[in-house]
Design a protein around this ligand. Structure first.
Ligand SMILES: *[C@@H]1O[C@H](CO)[C@@H](O)[C@H](O)[C@H]1NC(C)=O
Ligand SMILES: *[C@@H]1O[C@H](CO)[C@@H](O)[C@H](O)[C@H]1NC(C)=O
Length: 223
């Protein structure tokens, strides 16, 4: 790792730590989570992208070959994503489904889904390049999901589920890789540390606009 990459890693690890502490402090018990709601990029997209017109889709071998049915369902991995393991550890379900799956049932929705879109970033330029869902679109779908849960269970029970859920965002890797280290698109405007600040401000604005996501756990990773 270069010095700047180390700095980026350290800033982001600190943010992760602070938000993780916040999450533990504000939710009743992470182990008694009602649901898991996930936002972000390919690190946590279980297949939303195969339902939108983008080339960033893991719908072909070798993806998914170690899953029970050995099918490429849209995860950028041979098996489960970290969020599938988390969902399983929380006692919710073995595989966290993609929200855009048209066959998703209300019962599946209630224990959590992923709204993530592979190849997205916090910087709109990253999303436009691959025609994938930005964080605003993902949060819009979350609002739609809450309406659906409310319609099914009533507002009291829906509030309990949403309030005691765990929220996780994994984003930022594509911004750094694509716009900073691979193509020089943002390198002409920002130094690495300035661009980190831009990304961290985006995270902050997401939290400000969505105070219901108080137990947000952000894992903004930089390779
Ligand atoms: C989870 O909830 C159960 C029942 O409400 C309670 O007994 C248990 O202590 C809780 N677990 C944690 C880790 O808080
Ligand atoms: C997010 O994407 C939607 C749909 O492409 C677009 O209308 C919206 O302006 C984008 N939001 C931001 C903050 O760029």
């Amino acid at each position: 790792m270069s010095k700047t990459q180390e700095n980026a890693f350290s800033i982001i690890s600190t943010l992760l730590y602070v938000l993780l502490r916040l999450s533990i402090a504000t939710s009743a018990s992470p182990l008694n989570a009602t649901a898991l709601f996930v936002f972000g990029d390919s690190t946590v997209d279980p297949g939303n992208n195969i339902h939108i017109p983008t080339n960033a889709r893991a719908d072909h071998p070798p993806y998914g070959r170690n899953l029970p049915d050995h099918k490429p369902l849209g995860r950028y991995t041979n098996g489960k994503l970290a969020t599938d393991f988390l969902s399983s550890r929380l006692g919710l379900k073995e595989l966290l489904p993609p929200y855009l799956d048209p066959t998703l049932s209300d019962d599946e929705l209630i224990s959590g889904v992923s709204f993530a879109s592979a190849a997205m970033g916090l910087d709109e330029m990253t999303c436009l390049r691959s025609k994938v869902m930005n964080i605003s679109t993902q949060l819009g779908y979350f609002d739609e999901a809450v309406s659906r849960i409310t319609k099914k269970l009533g507002s009291r029970e829906a509030s309990r589920i949403v309030g005691d859920a765990i929220y996780l965002v994994s984003a930022g890797t594509n911004d750094m890789l694509v716009n900073m280290y691979d193509l020089p698109t943002r390198r002409v405007d920002y130094t690495v540390s300035q661009y980190e600040d831009v990304l961290l401000q985006k995270v902050q604005s997401i939290i400000e606009v969505h105070p219901n996501l108080l137990s947000l756990v952000v894992s903004t990773s930089v390779l």
